[in-house]
Design a protein around this ligand. Structure first.
Ligand SMILES: Cc1cc2nc3c(=O)[nH]c(=O)nc-3n(C[C@H](O)[C@H](O)[C@H](O)COP(=O)(O)OP(=O)(O)OC[C@H]3O[C@@H](n4cnc5c(N)ncnc54)[C@H](O)[C@@H]3O)c2cc1C
Length: 409
């Protein structure tokens, strides 16, 4: 498919690199310019809190493609280069190098940046956030050098860093305003399972509390909790959420909600401009609403879907959300999307760490999470997708084949 068109992708990470891959796979013969402000080629972030942080996997394992892939596939990868503005009128992006690039189609895949904690001392040396490979390197060094890490925020990143730090032998204190880690995502019952897992690994929990300050003489030394209690800290890792990097789009007059608003084809309010991955707030036909996810699976598949739309295919993005997490020897997959629910039904024994939890809303499965049980995510997806009422007693009974609970269509 030879063409003189230029497709520009802003953000050289998972969504952007997967979009470039899909463009070439689909036979796009024009120019692809993949622009990223980081100094290295696109990489996946999940290892940064797991195998890479633990030193069990190097950069090449995290990289989306081999170094040679970009030249082999004629993709112009510009690293250490930021896009500083987008002009949708002239269809150009301006680069930090002073150059500008004209595009026929534009994909914005600028991801997220960590939310900052604004308490006194949060800018002291020794306070870390985790988003990039450099952040992970710095935290790994802190774990190795100091051995006492205080983690503020017990969400996915905070709990995964806690697990990796404990596996490396560091002392770990975990602080959160919820009563258990991951409570906002999983609810109290399943969050309690994760609390117990971390307690068994001697993580010290400071739940139901907030941080008033981080203190130290020139470098972090302690974290001050509400009420004045202090926790000694050789290093602090803050994981209190992430915010979509939608400023470029906003300044260009592209519609932004919680992230860059797109339709089910990943197209933004400006024709010919697309968004994908963590920065995109995408219309999900199945849910009848826009959703912004910060999931590895969404970055890959939205990137590919955007690429197909850029090529003129009209195929809606219709995946059921999926995420995974690994902590110690506990692996899990979560399929579905449950912001609110009526009950959680557990199949198996949660204390044995081999179980499936289902989040039930209006008698239907809104989401399911398999923990140390594998090859069931597709059946959970079918249950979610079916939207059919299910008998909770059958869901809870491990002898009932999950497939038999999915009504035939
Ligand atoms: C530590 C960590 C662990 C994770 N673990 C899991 C997990 O276990 N399971 C899971 O499902 N998800 C996980 N995630 C989430 C997953 O990594 C993200 O959903 C995914 O990285 C999103 O990819 P993206 O390409 O949309 O955005 P990003 O990966 O954020 O990439 C965006 C890129 O755009 C660049 N950029 C931004 N603005 C500009 C600009 N103006 N010019 C040029 N470049 C720009 C950024 O520098 C960045 O390289 C994890 C995330 C982190 C941080």
């Amino acid at each position: 498919m030879p063409t003189s068109q230029t497709f520009v992708i802003v953000g050289a990470s998972l969504a952007g690199a997967k979009a470039a891959e899909e463009l070439r796979r689909a036979g796009f013969g024009g120019r692809i310019v993949l622009i990223g402000e980081e100094a290295v080629r696109p990489y996946e972030r999940p290892p940064l809190s797991k195998a890479y942080l633990q030193g069990a996997a190097g950069f090449d394992k995290a990289a989306v493609h081999d170094e040679s892939w970009y030249t082999d596939h004629d993709v112009d990868l510009l690293v250490s280069t930021a896009v500083i503005s987008i002009d949708t009128g002239t269809a150009t992006v301006a680069l930090s190098t002073g150059e500008s690039v004209r595009y026929d189609r534009l994909l914005i895949a600028t991801g997220c940046s960590p939310r900052k904690l604004s308490v006194p001392g949060s800018d002291l040396p020794g306070v870390h956030y985790l988003r990039t490979i450099e952040d992970s390197d710095a935290i790994r060094q802190a774990i190795a050098a100091n051995g006492h890490i205080v983690i503020i925020g017990a969400g996915w990143i905070g709990t995964e860093v806690a697990a990796s730090a404990r596996l490396a032998g560091a002392e770990v204190d975990l602080v959160d305003m919820a009563s258990s880690p991951l409570e906002a995502s999983l609810g109290p019952e399943i969050a309690a399972v994760y609390r117990d897992i971390h307690l068994e690994h001697s993580v010290r929990m400071h739940m139901n509390t907030t941080v008033e300050a981080i203190r130290g003489a020139g470098v972090v030394e302690e974290v001050v909790l509400a009420g004045g209690n202090t926790v000694p800290a050789a290093a602090v890792v803050i994981g209190v959420g992430a915010a979509p990097r939608a400023e470029l789009a906003l300044a260009a007059g592209i519609e932004v909600e919680d992230g860059i608003a797109t339709d089910q084809f990943m197209e933004t309010s400006v024709p010919g401009v697309y968004a994908a991955g963590d920065v995109a707030c995408t219309y999900y036909p199945f849910y009848g609403t826009r959703i912004r996810l910060e999931h590895w699976d969404a970055a890959i598949n939205q990137g590919k879907a955007a690429a197909r739309s850029m090529l003129g295919e009209q195929e809606p993005y219709d995946r059921i959300p999926y995420l995974y997490s690994d902590q110690y020897d506990v692996g899990m997959e979560y399929t579905g999307y449950a912001r609110t629910w009526d009950r959680v039904v557990v199949r198996g024994d949660a204390s044995s760490r081999e179980f499936i939890a289902f989040w039930i809303k209006d008698g239907r499965v809104a989401a399911g999470m398999n923990v140390n049980i594998w090859d069931v995510a597709d059946r959970i997806e079918s249950l979610v997708r079916s939207r059919q009422p299910v008998k909770e007693s059958r869901l809870a009974d491990p002898s009932e084949d999950l497939t038999s609970l999915v009504p035939e269509t």
